[in-house]
Write a protein that binds this ligand. Structure first.
Ligand SMILES: Cc1cc2nc3c(=O)[nH]c(=O)nc-3n(C[C@H](O)[C@H](O)[C@H](O)COP(=O)(O)O)c2cc1C
Length: 340
């Protein structure tokens, strides 16, 4: 792998997974450049403040950022241009510094109600929605960005959708390198992001199946993008962003993320979630996270097999092992990628 110049790293929005707690935990080392909320679903009304605050408690911080200072962008999902614009304005009034539009959600219920990836079937609708929000936000001094897949059923609209987002006024475009029909099945078509990147003038951000440093390098090489967005890879390896930043900066690889660090983040997550969720729900959320880790880490796979039937939280946490503080092995990364 040839060392590549620095590039930004975003944390992908993941409904039901990337909430305020995971945003805070995964951004704690300072290696992520931005995060995105779960989507706020807009139909045809202006939503009350509490809906925005529930999805994005960080609105109440001075810079709409996580505790480590990582910006949080507020994601909207919908298809009604006026309603999206009105809600984007409300989000800004509540403290949002950037609004992101979701054109990638594959969920049947969302698509049936004309949201998420369903708009990719008509690129002109992507344009209309982005333009309405961009025009509403421009006088307020904040940007709108967009996230798309390569199409709904096939890729013939990929370039048209990307261009529609750009001409509508998106400040950047994240491309998840699969169609809606392809779901989450590998491979991610990073070379398709390259075609889009070559056509657009705004920053294009490569997303999909970046699980390791090697994947990062391949995705950047094939897409030609400087910036990437990491989703499941950050759950599988919470040090992934730091690993990439360290390599960008020093041209050397960090050792594999030890089990102690993985267990520590799961313990911290449980402790935070337990404050507002029933024990059984916390256990199933922990299983969901450990399930993402197990595919790429032997010890995680072993623990998952041993713990999958446990239902008591204390029992489950005991099975993760002692909460050995891995903080001394987790240097913070400053904005330049240097250890702080
Ligand atoms: C459980 C789950 C929920 C997701 N929710 C959203 C969402 O709310 N908005 C969105 O734009 N993408 C959503 N995505 C897509 C991710 O942001 C990302 O594009 C996709 O997972 C590919 O990246 P990855 O391979 O790095 O995970 C979701 C993905 C998963 C697995």
């Amino acid at each position: 792998m040839t060392q590549v110049a620095s590039g930004r790293i975003g944390l992908a929005p993941m409904e039901g997974v990337i909430d305020v707690v995971t945003r805070e935990l995964l951004s704690a080392d300072g290696a992520l450049d931005w995060t995105v909320t779960e989507f706020v679903r807009v139909v045809d009304t202006r939503l009350p403040a509490r809906v925005f605050l529930r999805h994005c408690p960080e609105l109440e911080t001075a810079a709409c950022a996580t505790a480590s200072g990582t910006p949080v962008h507020l994601q909207l999902l919908g298809s009604d241009p006026e309603a999206l614009a009105a809600n984007a304005v409300r989000a800004q009034a509540l403290g949002a510094r950037q609004v992101d539009l979701n054109f990638g959600c594959p969920a049947k219920t969302v698509n049936r109600h004309d949201g998420g990836a369903s708009l990719l079937r008509q690129p002109e609708r992507v344009h209309t929605v982005v333009r309405a929000v961009a025009e509403a936000l421009a006088p307020l001094g904040i940007a709108v960005t967009a996230k798309i897949r390569l199409g709904f059923d096939d890729k013939h609209v990929a370039l048209a959708c990307a261009e529609a987002a750009e001409s509508g006024g998106a400040a950047h475009l994240v491309v998840h390198a699969r169609t809606r029909r392809e779901g989450y099945r590998p491979p991610a078509h990073w070379e398709w992001i390259g075609r889009i990147q070559a056509r657009l003038s705004i920053p294009v951000i490569a997303n999909g199946d970046i699980w390791t440093l090697e994947d990062y390098w391949k995705a950047r090489t094939l897409s030609g993008c400087a910036d990437v967005m990491l989703g499941r890879g950050m759950l599988a390896d919470p040090w992934l962003a730091r690993r990439i930043k360290h390599w960008q900066r020093h041209g050397e690889m960090l050792p594999a993320t030890p089990w102690s660090a993985r267990a520590e983040i799961l313990h911290a997550y449980a402790q935070r979630m337990r404050a507002h969720l029933p024990e059984k729900v916390v256990v199933s959320l922990l299983k969901q996270w450990l399930n993402q880790m197990r595919g790429r880490h032997e010890e995680a796979a072993r623990r998952f097999a041993a713990l999958r039937r446990r239902t008591e939280l204390a029992d489950f946490l005991a099975g993760l092992g002692p909460m050995t503080p891995a903080t001394d092995t987790q240097p913070r990364v400053d904005a330049s990628g240097e250890r702080a």
